[in-house]
Design a protein around this ligand. Structure first.
Ligand SMILES: Nc1nc2c(ncn2[C@@H]2O[C@H](COP(=O)(O)OP(=O)(O)OP(=O)(O)O)[C@@H](O)[C@H]2O)c(=O)[nH]1
Ligand SMILES: [Mg+2]
Ligand SMILES: [Zn+2]
Ligand SMILES: [Zn+2]
Length: 380
């Protein structure tokens, strides 16, 4: 068992004795089960010992965090590494589309990994998100604002070396509503969102280039309209800068980081909707690295030179557009920053928000960076 384990809801460090266990039978006689001395000693999950219980002798499958009372899958404790992704960005930035296609690519990529949902909520959420994008072929609806987001809980089984014991990594993913990220205040609801933000090791800061006025002036209106979440997306570039500022301030306060010191959490800045920029004159040149296929999955490692090139190309492009304020705020606050460019769909939606065949571009790059930083895949 790993001492790094954290409750995915309250983000506190947890060990076996921090969980409350329950035996759940189909006849509704849910009852608490405590750890025996032997369970504690062997660091294993308890079994039901109640006489006449249908599950007598079986290992429990339900647990609660004793700090926050939220349910969590007990097997979460037994992973080798704990990874987390927290996607933030203004409303309509493309967070949910990105996470759905990223997970789908991860599942079906040539990488030697198996992705398993840890709970029913994660399975159901992903199935409905995937069906919507890959089968119904429609843009997702905006994530509901004003409710605490439930994190998705995944296990990655690493099949890359044929050792007896397969390493397993717990991957927690938070996808909040942009509306809530735009003004993190100090209500109880904000506190829940902010806790995820402050507790995550990798922040995915989603940056929507279609909000930049220089881009809006140049792009074909139909593509622009189809690529915006029409009903909610009113956010101006100024909002992105103020969001970055309030995000940094919040992390500083809750983690007690002094003004002169940079934040340790990794910041992956992800420029979304790359496909729409392709169509505009001052977009990326056709020979640029960012428009080439991503090399990481094929290399089964993180190709540092490629990633540095993409980072540079986006920074240059933003400078050319006169839009450096956002990245300046991020660079001034975070120690580890890497800039990525992705297209979740590969092509802009049509005017009815319908999608052509989905061909994601470079969506795995940010996760490959995180895995390399965590020492799970090699940097090549
Ligand atoms: N052209 C293009 N448009 C995209 C892409 N991804 C998302 N969009 C557009 O952006 C809109 C919003 O995408 P979402 O994924 O719902 O954005 P979100 O950040 O989750 O939004 P909230 O949940 O409201 O915070 C979609 O309806 C699409 O119109 C992409 O890869 N290319
Ligand atoms: Mg969303
Ligand atoms: Zn908890
Ligand atoms: Zn029982």
């Amino acid at each position: 068992m790993n001492s790094e384990a954290r409750c995915p809801h309250c983000l506190r460090k947890i060990k076996l004795s921090d969980l409350k266990f329950f035996c759940v039978t189909d006849d509704d006689r849910r009852h608490a089960v405590s750890l025996s001395i032997m369970d504690r000693f062997k660091k294993r999950l308890p079994v039901c010992r109640r006489n006449f219980c249908k599950n007598k002798g079986l290992t429990i499958r339900e647990a609660e965090c004793k700090y926050c009372g939220e349910q969590l899958p007990p097997q979460i404790l037994f992973h080798d590494k704990f990874l987390s992704f927290c996607a933030i960005g203004v409303a309509g930035a493309g967070k949910s589309s990105y996470l759905t296609t990223m997970l789908h690519e991860l599942k079906y990529s040539s990488l030697p990994w198996v992705l398993q949902a840890m709970n029913v909520e994660t399975t159901e959420q992903t199935q409905s998100d995937e069906r919507n994008i890959y089968e119904v072929r429609h843009c997702p609806a905006g994530t509901q604002a004003g409710v605490s987001p439930k994190p998705q809980l995944w296990t990655i089984l690493d099949n890359s070396n044929k050792a007896e014991k397969i390493p397993t990594y717990a991957l927690t993913i938070y996808d909040g509503a942009g509306e809530d990220c735009e003004h993190i205040g100090y209500t109880a609801q904000d506190a829940a969102i902010a806790r995820y933000i402050a507790g995550t090791k990798t922040l995915l800061i989603m940056f929507d280039p279609l909000l930049l006025s220089s881009v809006r002036g140049e792009i074909i209106p139909e593509i622009l309209n189809a690529s915006m979440a029409t009903e909610r997306q009113t956010s101006a570039p100024a909002n992105m800068v103020s969001m970055a500022n309030s995000l940094a301030n919040y992390i500083r306060q809750s983690c007690n980081i002094k003004p002169g010191k940079k934040i340790e959490a990794r910041a992956a800045v992800v420029l979304t909707k790359l496909d729409a920029l392709r169509e505009m004159p001052s977009g990326f040149s056709s020979s640029s690295t960012i428009l080439k296929e991503s090399p990481h999955a094929k290399a089964r490692g993180f190709v540092q030179s490629d990633s540095e090139m993409v980072d540079l190309e986006i920074r240059d492009w933003l400078t050319g557009q006169g839009e450096t304020a956002f990245l300046d705020v991020i660079d001034a606050n975070f120690k580890h920053v890497r800039v990525f460019g992705v297209s979740s769909f590969g092509k802009p939606p049509d005017k009815n928000k319908r999608l052509a065949k989905v061909r994601p571009h470079r969506v795995l790059d940010p996760i490959m960076w995180m895995l390399a930083e965590e020492g799970i895949i090699p940097t090549v």
